[in-house]
Design a protein around this ligand. Structure first.
Ligand code: ADP
Length: 451
């Protein structure tokens, strides 16, 4: 919380109480006027001199001892009103401080009067007393601020910054009228203070962009097999109507294209199901040894077809983790299947499961899937888990890939509080490692645990 020092010496509350002498001093011009009037009365109307002196003395005593409350209060109120314009009240500061977004309170001249804690964290060096333009150097924001100062009508503006990374912001600029501010000010639209609240929209924009990219990519992926199917149907209805050889060939391709569409839709649905459960902690305990053995066995026909041997190194004892069996099978299956598809030239895929004691993090379950194929160039590694990202689109399609396998793996692991690590060098194969928190041997497998 940052605030500038309030002007205590001018404060009406701190003024010394009025003494008879100060009251006399305040009434000096009135007494002087009475004296002049008295002298005139003595000179022109023969009023006795002593009567004039008596009246004057009476007036002086009244001036000295009777407090003039009304004028003092008027003075106090006008001073207070002016001070309220200069210094935001405690209530306003406390409210602004409670907001989690950066907020600035400035006066009508554009001088920062208060800066909440969040704004101090984000805009280092910002101080009350400095012009707002020192901390917020956005021309459109400052123009909007000036408009709010003169019109008193709130405004919202958006802008984006490209340095150091692309970010989007929205500012809400609202006038504040203090309870005692004059009606004319309100009518003229001149606010006492202006509140500037800044929202960072970067994360929302990123999600929006991801969503629209996803829809565009999914439509594109579906359109290609659909166009191929439509083309073959038209050919079969027309030129190839009476050609049994062509019909058989085309029907086989159509089946393959339909399969591609089905796989894509299955993967999209799978991804959206996992996203829906993203914040729900898996509610059971499963044995990873069993899952890895089961998956390697299930994929042995694929391995045989591709001429690859799967070597499993899995402990006999159960390796227990909190997780959902079907989702962890999907993770293991996607990784082993990728190693078989893209690393088939290495002829061997090593699947290893172990439990490690991680210093400070407890027991960890490590699944490693290693192939000895072509590997992946360094620049692709950070993007592998993006939806529809493929190192080589042709080879992925040839291998019946959808480009969603590793995105699904990442989402499942996020839900399981797990991690995916990829190590690879072109020509030397790739290793995909999954880390999950192991829960040791105490708890029974497949038993529900509280969510
Ligand atoms: P796909 O459905 O295309 O297999 P994935 O998300 O599973 O999609 O994988 C994304 C891309 O990562 C693949 O298209 C492939 O280019 C690359 N990739 C994944 N695993 C391996 C691997 N073991 N070796 C080489 N490249 C791989």
């Amino acid at each position: 919380m940052t605030d500038s020092t309030p002007p205590t010496e001018k404060s009406p509350e701190n003024r010394p109480a009025a003494t008879p002498l100060t009251r006399l001093r305040e009434a000096r011009w009135t007494l002087f006027a009475a004296l002049c009037a008295g002298i005139l009365a003595v000179a022109l109307y023969d009023v006795p001199f002593w009567e004039m002196i008596l009246a004057l003395a009476f007036l002086a005593v009244i001036s000295a001892f009777v407090p003039r409350r009304a004028s003092a209060r008027r003075l106090k109120l006008s001073e207070q009103r002016e001070m309220r314009r200069m210094w935001p009240g405690t209530g306003m500061k406390v409210t602004v401080d409670a907001l989690s977004t950066p907020c600035f309170v400035a006066d009508g001249r554009g001088i920062t009067r208060y800066v909440n804690t969040r704004a101090q964290e984000l805009y280092r060096g910002v101080k009350p007393g400095d012009p707002l333009s020192f901390s917020l150097r956005v021309p459109s924001l400052l123009e909007a601020f000036d408009r709010v100062c003169t019109s008193g009508a709130e405004e919202r503006i958006n802008w984006n910054e490209r340095v150091p990374t692309e970010s989007w912001y929205e500012a809400h600029i609202a006038p504040i009228y203090m309870p005692g501010s004059g009606q004319e000010d309100r009518k003229r639209g001149v606010p006492d203070f202006i509140l500037v609240v800044i929202h960072d929209l970067t994360e929302n924009r990123r999600l929006e962009r991801m969503r629209t990219d996803f829809v565009a990519n999914a439509s594109h992926e579906l359109r290609t097999p659909l166009a191929s199917l439509t083309g073959f149907i038209e050919t079969l209805q027309g030129p190839a109507r009476n050609d049994p050889d062509a019909r058989d060939r085309f029907l086989a391709i159509m089946l393959e294209q339909a399969g591609r569409m089905r796989r894509l839709i299955d993967d999209i649905l799978s991804l959206s199901r996992i996203e829906l459960k993203a914040n729900v902690r898996p509610a059971s305990v499963v044995d990873m040894s069993d899952i890895v053995r089961h998956t390697a066995d299930a994929l042995s026909p694929v391995a045989k077809e591709l001429g690859v041997e799967i070597r499993t190194h899995v402990p006999e004892a159960p390796v227990r983790v909190n997780g959902e069996r079907d989702e962890l099978i999907q993770v293991t299956e996607n990784l082993i299947e990728n190693a078989l598809k893209y690393g088939s030239s290495g002829k061997i895929v090593d699947v290893e499961l172990s439990e490690q004691d991680m210093a400070g993090e407890g027991l960890s379950c490590l699944l490693s899937v290693r192939d000895y194929g072509e590997g992946i160039a360094r620049e692709h590694l950070p993007r592998l888990t993006e939806r529809f990202y493929r190192v080589n689109a042709e080879s992925s399609r040839a291998m019946k890939g959808t480009g969603l396998g590793l995105a699904i793996v990442k989402h499942i692991l996020t839900r399981h509080r797990g991690r995916l690590e990829v190590e690879s060098e072109p020509g030397k194969g790739a290793t995909f490692k999954v880390r999950l928190r192991s829960i040791g041997a105490e708890e029974p497998t497949e038993e529900k645990i509280p969510a």
